[in-house]
Design a protein around this ligand. Structure first.
Ligand code: NDP
Length: 361
């Protein structure tokens, strides 16, 4: 069973060498009387929050990985054998799985759910979807029984909650999104356009900047790495200021945005990827703007808002099926390339939602 093991806790930027590609023996069977299922893993999700799990965390909303053991995360798999009557051989499922070829898991502990709608790419179940209603019902049951350790970072509902619930957007408002071409950002931009907002995104390469405008319909986009002065860049696109800032990066960009916010603007603090690998977070100098401009700034964690899942599904499913929402994925092929794909998030190498394909079927 090929596996990706975390060798040790990580300081600074993660490196591929912090992880190890290992081969071990696994018995692909269900012991008599056991309710485990044997999975063949197909797709793995790479997410920025996984960087936090590479630290020895105390008092965090996520759990640390265990050095010496496989990395775990959201993924899609096929059931090979099942000791649980809810799952049959051949079922496609998604949930928390190991970064390995095969996993043997207890469905409830791994937060395993059947994939019912196969008319979308399977990899979407690591990002924009799971969109069967039983998912939500199962989730509520699960959370009421167990500690809340299940998937909590799904980019689709993160974009939905952060934009519609936290930002209270209105038609015609001006919206700025950072890390705009990523798993969350690309959806925020499209939601804002659907509402009739003026939307600008920042990203770290020319290819991404072009994609923001040509593929996702952003009104404007810029490469923040080529800007000497972020304040000047923002003024170029928002001569009258920003109503809504959807922050995925924190740091210097956040600081520059504060000065460019409009009176009564709203800021959704979704993530601060520019800070995840630093020992000490960067100083932010313009917080006084929050008071002077009466800005409402709110941090959120998507798992607190899963009760909105049915509402999200109601909105997103017709948009996907009608082709009004597009979703760009960056699929790395082969489990051996998973460390590179994960590390790449922190260097901006992914173009769209980063997924690893372990096996096509
Ligand atoms: P992305 O798909 O956007 O991948 C990360 C991207 O971040 C990179 O491609 C890169 O793009 C950008 N980036 C990396 N390092 C830096 C840096 N130092 N400064 C600026 N940009 C950088 O990831 P997601 O869409 O999955 O996540 C986006 C954010 O949302 C993250 O901060 C994540 O932690 C957060 N998140 C929060 C959730 C919540 O519940 N609050 C749930 C899910 C995600 P570029 O080329 O543009 O630099």
């Amino acid at each position: 069973n090929k596996q990706i093991i975390l060798k040790h806790y990580v300081e600074g930027y993660p490196k591929e060498s912090d992880m190890e590609f290992k081969n071990s023996i696994i018995k692909l069977n269900v012991p008599e009387g056991s309710n485990v299922v044997v999975l063949k893993n197909l797709y793995l999700s790479c997410d920025p929050y996984m960087r936090s799990r590479m630290k020895n965390l105390e008092d965090s909303y996520v759990e640390s990985f265990t050095p010496g053991y496989p990395i775990t995360g959201c993924g899609v798999a096929k059931v090979l054998k099942s000791g649980d009557s809810n799952f049959q051989e051949g079922d496609l499922v998604w949930g928390m799985i190991g970064w390995e070829e095969y996993s043997i898991v207890t469905p409830i502990q791994s937060f395993l759910f059947k994939i019912h709608d196969k008319n979308v790419p399977l990899s979407y179940y690591t990002g924009i979807l799971e969109y069967h209603f039983t998912w939500y019902l199962n989730y509520v049951t699960f959370i009421s029984i167990h500690a809340p350790v299940g998937p909590r970072w799904m980019p689709g509902i993160t974009a939905y909650v952060g934009f519609y619930e936290v930002c209270s957007p209105k038609k015609g408002e001006t919206v700025f999104v950072s890390a705009a071409s990523g798993a969350v950002g690309q959806l925020v931009g499209q939601f804002a356009k659907m509402l009739g907002c003026y939307v600008v995104g920042s990203a770290g390469t020319k290819q991404k900047v072009d994609m923001l405008k040509s593929k996702f319909g952003f009104d404007e986009a810029f490469n923040y790495k080529e800007e000497q002065d972020l304040d000047a860049a923002l003024k170029r696109y928002f001569s009258d200021g920003i109503d809504i800032y959807f922050d995925n990066v924190g740091g210097k960009m956040f600081d520059a945005v504060l000065v460019n916010m409009k009176l009564h603007g709203r800021i959704a603090m979704c993530g601060m990827i520019s800070q995840y690998n630093l020992k000490k977070t960067e100083g932010v100098h313009n917080l006084l703007c929050l008071i002077a401009k009466r800005i409402c700034m709110k941090g959120f964690i998507v798992s607190d808002h899963f009760h909105l899942y049915p509402k999200y599904l109601e909105m997103i499913i017709p948009q996907i099926k009608g082709g009004n929402i597009v979703y760009v994925e960056d699929i790395a092929e082969g489990l051996e390339n998973a460390p590179k794909a994960l590390v790449g998030l922190f260097y901006g190498r992914n173009v769209g939602k980063q997924v690893v394909m372990v096996s096509r079927e």
